[in-house]
Design a protein around this ligand. Structure first.
Ligand SMILES: *Cc1c(COP(=O)(O)O)cnc(C)c1O
Length: 226
């Protein structure tokens, strides 16, 4: 396997930036899980990342995610599904995903649960007024969370959100943090926050991020999508 020196450098840089950011905001780097988003990249990149010590990868499309995982079965990785989920794909995604960050409606719970594997779940909240963006409206969060809690195999970990384009990410993530406080009134263990991408991870760490989903800052530009 060819090693990409650029990849190793970018990964090391992001890791040190995460640690600096944690230090600036009174956080401990151990509280942060770095998920490297490998969507559109080939399985070889996942192998290179694993060789560099990456433990968590993120994918947003089925069946790309399934196929890539199958090409990486010899690697000890946690696979995070971070993209919008079609109901008729949910059971298939639940067959391989270790964590799902994009649960956003009740109809997904039954097919995800049916796979019979314990899966970590983040409820995605939509910070925009555009229902097409994915994520539950904040007003629907608690009823959805309660349904997740009553499922057998889904372990509610916390919330996921994507900051809106052109918005101040710090303000956006502050809204997620207060939604998280409300969530914890019904789900005290659901303390995780999956917020922060390449462009806004410092704001996310300031607002309590526990899971960072970082793609291009580490992988470089994504290949053109199919
Ligand atoms: C692609 C993607 C990311 C990573 O974005 P970058 O800007 O490349 O870091 C994070 N979260 C979700 C939901 C994504 O689809």
């Amino acid at each position: 396997m060819s090693t990409d020196a650029g990849l190793a450098q970018r990964l090391a840089l992001v890791r040190s930036e995460l640690a600096d950011s944690a230090g600036r905001h009174g956080r401990v780097p151990d509280e942060l899980t770095l998920i490297v988003v490998t969507k559109f990249h080939p399985a070889e990149l996942v192998h290179e990342l694993a060789a560099l010590g990456v433990t968590d990868v993120g994918e947003n499309r089925h069946p790309e995610a399934r196929d890539k995982r199958e090409a990486c079965l010899n690697l000890d990785l946690n696979w995070h599904f971070i993209g919008q989920i079609q109901r008729n794909k949910a059971a298939q995604i639940a067959a391989y995903a270790d964590a799902i960050h994009s649960l956003d409606r009740p109809e997904l719970i039954e097919p995800l649960n049916r796979a019979g594997r314990d899966i970590d779940v983040f409820v995605q909240i939509n910070l925009t007024d555009d229902p097409g963006r994915g994520g539950v409206a904040e007003s629907e969060l608690l009823p959805l969370a309660e349904q997740v809690l009553s499922s057998r195999h889904l372990r509610l970990r916390g919330l996921m959100a994507v900051a809106g384009l052109g918005e101040d990410p710090r303000k956006e993530f502050a809204r997620v943090r207060s939604a998280s406080e409300r969530l914890q009134t019904v789900a005290p263990e659901a303390t995780s926050l999956s917020i922060g991408m390449s462009a806004d991870f410092d704001a996310a760490i300031a607002e309590g991020a526990t899971h960072l989903r970082i793609g291009t800052a580490i992988t470089g530009k994504r290949p053109i999508s199919a």
